[in-house]
Write a protein that binds this ligand. Structure first.
Ligand SMILES: *[C@@H]1O[C@H](CO)[C@@H](O)[C@H](O)[C@H]1NC(C)=O
Ligand SMILES: *[C@@H]1O[C@H](CO)[C@@H](O)[C@H](O)[C@H]1NC(C)=O
Ligand SMILES: *[C@@H]1O[C@H](CO)[C@@H](O)[C@H](O)[C@H]1NC(C)=O
Ligand SMILES: *[C@@H]1O[C@H](CO)[C@@H](O)[C@H](O)[C@H]1NC(C)=O
Length: 544
């Protein structure tokens, strides 16, 4: 017992000494940093487990009392970087103690219309030992338009600049704090964060060695505009129109799609594996067929509305510019469109962006949204927000790696967009499948909603979700770990195993697992094993 006490005391003394030393180091660092155009607005040393209060964070980001958790002993800094005379980007830095730093940098992206630092992914990063960074993309808050109104430089930050600024400032902070460069630089983002990552690879290919890009909203203006186009196709905002489909009808329509289409993939599990390959005939739901009861069934005019809702979107010149809405997915983005009997789109990004950045008009509403409103936005492309450039040759040539995933049950960004983009990159770079797989792998996850959630075994170490399952922090089950192994050890991610938890409580009781495959391979049940076991699913080329 005495020796135990003694060594514990020595250990505690050492730890206390180390904390004090790191704390001093953090303080003197924060007061001595010199990075052009950069101002420190907050700094503190936070022992692992401390709650980080985040005053000044917009309520639309994390509610009224935002906090994050220090997931390592951290030197935390909040900085504001001027990006022009009329714009500034906030950057957050979490620097683990030198002895627990894994030598790497992890930058993170944003969601929706930006304006919120991704503390969620930063928590995962710092816990794994990364120097973790985040940015608000140049404005505060995830709803609203005033921050963009007549502020083209603020739109530039959101559109294409903030991640590059985060990368440059992040690298410099790492160099000054640890007195060495990071061995490798990574980026992780989902949705808008996925768009930012692809765009960064195109514009600033030297920023990162590896990108983890979930559910990417690559063709952002079409993604956002599509919600207005589809709402109009179902009769909105004319709630009394005989062609209009009421919000409560949509759940029944989607359920009917799943009943019809789910069995075609060979496993009846409520999941349509490959919705982009299927067609759905709404005629089957017309009143009188008995498919839906009298309060949910469709009139002939409504059948036409539903049919149009699932057609791809074309520009005024007739060119298809955005794929069809995902069959079997929740339709709220266009069907949650009334409040107390008044037409109002629940999906606010359309009104916000067209008000603040496209038409510069505070009174604009999407009530009369038309294809010409979409085409106009594409023509001016505010802040270069659309990131559909497929020529990633510079990122390819520098040896960068892209690990991407996309849910096949994505209501916000249809997964066909990722298929098209992958094919576009392959064409632009003239690569064989083996060659493109050498730097860019895309995993489709049937039964994954937008970024996280859904009926499938969707948990793969998703961006924007904390915490990771500590039992599954390996390259087979965690996409970020897989990316690091790929970049640093050349270990190619051949599959990715997704996990389904009871109540979707990541890290809790595991209900089942499934193996996912790099596109164009698909995950197929082997026909004999328990469908809840990853080993019962194999990767095959479709049609073979
Ligand atoms: C965003 O909030 C931070 C913290 O309160 C503040 O320092 C910064 O100036 C704000 N940015 C903008 C563009 O208003
Ligand atoms: C609105 O302002 C943005 C820059 O803030 C500009 O690119 C765009 O052309 C303007 N739109 C109109 C309709 O003038
Ligand atoms: C009609 O079907 C829906 C589900 O599709 C159900 O919620 C509703 O209760 C049913 N209404 C009647 C009158 O049976
Ligand atoms: C709708 O009604 C609810 C409850 O009466 C109210 O809280 C809400 O503010 C109303 N919304 C609008 C847009 O009027």
């Amino acid at each position: 017992m005495p020796s135990f006490t003694k060594s514990a005391a020595i250990l505690l003394g050492l730890v206390a000494g180390r904390v004090a030393c790191s704390k001093d180091r953090c303080t003197s660092f924060a007061t001595s940093i010199s990075i052009p155009n950069t101002k420190i607005i907050a700094h503190n040393y936070l022992p692992n487990g401390t709650s980080i209060f985040l005053p000044g964070t917009a309520e639309s980001c994390y509610g009224p009392d935002p906090t994050a958790n220090a997931t390592a002993n951290l030197c935390r800094l909040a900085l504001v970087v001027s990006t022009s005379s009329s714009s500034k980007v906030q950057v957050e830095a979490w620097l683990p103690d030198p002895q627990s730093w894994n030598g790497r940098l992890l930058a993170t992206g944003d969601g929706g219309i930006g304006g919120c630092i991704d503390y969620v992914t930063m928590q995962n990063g710092a816990e794994l030992g990364f120097a973790a960074f985040g940015t608000n993309a140049g404005h505060n808050g995830s709803v609203g338009y005033e921050f963009f109104l007549n502020k083209p430089q603020v739109i530039n930050d959101f559109g294409h600049r903030a991640i590059h600024v985060e990368a440059e400032v992040g690298k410099e902070l790492v160099r000054q704090y640890y007195r060495t460069k990071a061995t490798k630089n990574y980026y992780a983002g989902c949705s808008t964060g996925g768009r930012q990552g692809f765009q960064n690879a195109y514009l600033y290919p030297e920023d990162f060695d590896g990108l983890l890009l979930g559910s990417p909203a690559i063709d952002w203006l079409h993604v956002v505009a599509s919600k207005g186009i589809i709402a109009r196709r179902i009769g909105w905002p004319h709630l009394d129109s005989p062609a209009y489909i009421r919000p409560e009808q949509w759940a029944a329509i989607v359920e009917a799609q799943i009943r019809q289409l789910d069995p075609l993939d060979g496993v009846v599990d409520g999941i349509i594996d490959e919705p982009t390959k299927l067609r759905f005939d709404p005629e089957s739901l017309v009143c009188g067929t008995g498919a839906l009861n009298s309060s949910m069934c469709l009139s002939p005019l409504q059948v036409e509305s539903v049919r149009r809702a699932y057609e791809p979107i074309a520009s005024a010149s007739g060119q298809i510019v955005y794929p069809a809405f995902e069959l079997g997915s929740n339709t709220d983005v266009f069907s949650a469109n009334q409040e107390n009997g008044t037409a109002q789109l629940g999906y606010t990004t359309l009104q916000d962006f067209w008000r603040g950045a496209v038409y510069n008009n505070s009174n604009w509403t999407p009530d009369h949204f038309r294809v010409s409103d979409m085409d106009f936005a594409l023509r001016i492309n505010p802040g270069q927000v659309n990131a559909d450039d497929t020529d990633l040759s510079r990122f390819y040539r520098r040896g960068g790696k892209i690990m991407s995933y996309h849910g096949r049950n994505d209501e916000t960004v249809t997964s066909a967009l990722s298929e098209q983009f992958f094919a576009g990159v392959q064409r632009a770079l003239h690569l064989s499948l083996d060659e493109i797989h050498d730097f860019y792998r895309l995993f489709f996850i049937p039964g994954l909603h937008h970024c996280s959630g859904g009926p499938g075994a969707w948990s793969i170490g998703n961006v924007l979700l904390y915490p990771y399952d500590k039992r599954l922090l390996d390259p087979e089950h965690n996409a970020l770990v897989a990316l690091v192994e790929w970049v640093e050890k050349g270990r190619t991610p051949k599959t990715l195993i997704g996990t389904k938890y009871e109540n979707d409580d990541v890290g809790g009781t595991i209900l089942g697992q499934r193996t996912y495959c790099p596109y164009p391979m698909v995950s197929k049940w082997n026909g004999v094993g328990d469908t809840r076991l990853a080993t019962s699913w194999k990767c095959i080329f479709p049609g073979r």
